[in-house]
Design a protein around this ligand. Structure first.
Ligand code: TYD
Length: 210
């Protein structure tokens, strides 16, 4: 059993997740901030294959397997060692992304996608998952406004795909009410940040002093 605290952040593209996580990380000097797919060299290499706009021929199952492979490497090489050292790990996306995007939106089935991920993560799950909920229309508008942001292969999917991603997340919130907490991400950055930090602090307080 690791002594650290594993917290993940989820949500559709454009929810502002990355901005908020960066702000949260600043509040905890010793926290490890990382992201999926990627976070370490091998996983970043897999990430560039998955998200390459030229890879239009990629089959959905290949996509799901690559995400799971990147997840495995990231977990073993970076997340677990940090948790074993008692650190708080803040991770931008984890297995729920695969369940919502590949399982639900791509139609592979959430249970099927969980099965291949089980092989990768051996049932290692976060203690808290914060889900930033936003209408896909608003999320896509935010992405288009953020000119500095790199557009990847999944951003190019149509609105219907992003609507399905959101439905997938809603199913997950229903299924894992003790682990996943939904935050309305349509508000200002300040509002969303305040709600997020409250949840993180409550989780850390629950675990007692370090
Ligand atoms: P990224 O640029 O990190 O997006 P964001 O900043 O919105 O998190 O790209 C990651 C993309 O990969 C994003 O569109 C979601 C998708 N994704 C999956 O489809 N399945 C997964 O398991 C993960 C981790 C990400």
């Amino acid at each position: 059993m690791s002594s650290g605290t594993f917290i993940t952040f989820e949500g559709p593209d454009g929810a502002g997740k990355t901005t908020i996580i960066n702000m949260v990380a600043k509040q905890f000097a010793d926290a490890l901030l990382t992201r999926e797919p990627g976070g370490i060299d091998i996983a970043e290499q897999i990430r560039s294959v998955i998200l390459d706009k030229g890879n239009t021929a990629m089959d959905s199952r290949t996509e799901a397997l690559l995400y799971a492979a990147a997840r495995r490497q990231h977990l073993i090489e970076k997340v677990k060692p940090a948790l074993d050292n008692g650190r708080v790990v803040l991770c931008d996306r984890f297995v729920d992304s695969s369940l919502a995007y590949q399982g639900y939106a791509r139609g592979l089935g959430m249970d099927e996608v969980y099965t291949i991920n089980q092989f990768a993560i051996e049932d290692f799950m976060p203690e808290l998952t914060i889900y930033f909920d936003i209408e896909p229309e608003l999320g896509l508008k935010r992405i288009n406004k953020n000119k500095g942001r790199e557009i990847n292969r999944l951003d190019l999917e149509d609105l219907e795909f992003h609507q399905r991603v959101r439905e997938g997340y809603h199913l997950l919130v229903e299924r894992f009410p003790n682990r996943i907490v939904r935050i309305d991400a349509s508000g200002t950055v300040d509002e969303v940040f305040r709600k997020t930090i409250k949840l993180v602090e409550a989780k850390l307080a629950e675990k007692g002093p370090f």
